[in-house]
Design a protein around this ligand. Structure first.
Ligand SMILES: Cc1cc2nc3c(=O)[nH]c(=O)nc-3n(C[C@H](O)[C@H](O)[C@H](O)COP(=O)(O)O)c2cc1C
Length: 191
């Protein structure tokens, strides 16, 4: 089973990265598989000049394939102007239309304040639902005051991290066993 986190921030160091790191750490504690992390900030400028999948270089194509191959995907974005950064949306515009179907996705966002906490419901969830992903019910929203040296330290947000991870593990397990029960296990679902 592949677990991949995508930090959709554009800065470094980054609280968004710290948020994804906290979620991946929790997943690593409860899953035998170790999750890996993609820091979009380090490649965002180059992705900005790519207009179609055919224009991707080898490393960019490999990065997209890592996202597409994930069984559990963790996605976190910084709030920019009450939405996600445009370059983050561009990254997911390049993902194959059906690649995330029936994949389990944990949604997270970080803002300067609590004003735009609904970005998860208004922007992230519709995006991933449109791609056919199963997003877990608990969204994780943090703000600047929830971090110490870019590490997520708020106990209430960390509690939501635990809830979302628990939901993701249960959902992934039910999906896998439902398909296995029907004798339909294939490479897409194999652990
Ligand atoms: C261009 C820009 C627009 C922003 N707009 C918002 C906003 O609308 N609402 C908000 O809560 N924070 C806003 N912020 C603050 C960022 O969400 C915050 O700095 C970011 O989540 C910190 O994460 P990072 O360290 O990964 O960049 C904005 C920041 C930038 C640079």
């Amino acid at each position: 089973m592949s677990i991949v986190g995508v930090s959709g921030g554009l800065s470094s160091p980054s609280r968004t990265y710290g948020l994804v790191q906290a979620i991946i750490n929790e997943l690593n504690d409860v899953s035998p598989q170790q999750g890996t992390l993609i820091d979009f900030a380090s490649v965002a400028t180059a992705f900005g000049s790519v207009l179609s999948r055919e224009q991707l270089n080898f490393e960019q194509e490999a990065l997209l394939q890592r996202i597409e191959a994930a069984d559990i995907l963790v996605v976190a974005v910084p709030v920019y102007r009450a939405a996600y950064p445009g370059l983050f949306k561009h990254l997911f515009d390049l993902v194959e239309r059906d690649a995330l179907e029936r994949k389990v996705v944990i949604l997270a966002a970080n803002g300067g304040s609590a004003h735009h906490a609904l970005i998860i419901e208004s922007h992230l969830r519709p995006l991933f639902s449109s791609l056919g992903a199963y997003t877990v019910p608990t969204g994780i929203y943090s703000q600047t005051s929830d971090f110490t040296n870019y590490q997520l330290t708020s106990q209430s947000v960390l509690e939501r991290v635990r809830e979302a991870v628990d939901e993701a593990i249960q959902l992934r397990s039910r999906l896998f066993h439902a398909v296995e029960h029907k004798g339909l296990v294939n490479a897409k679902y194999a652990a």
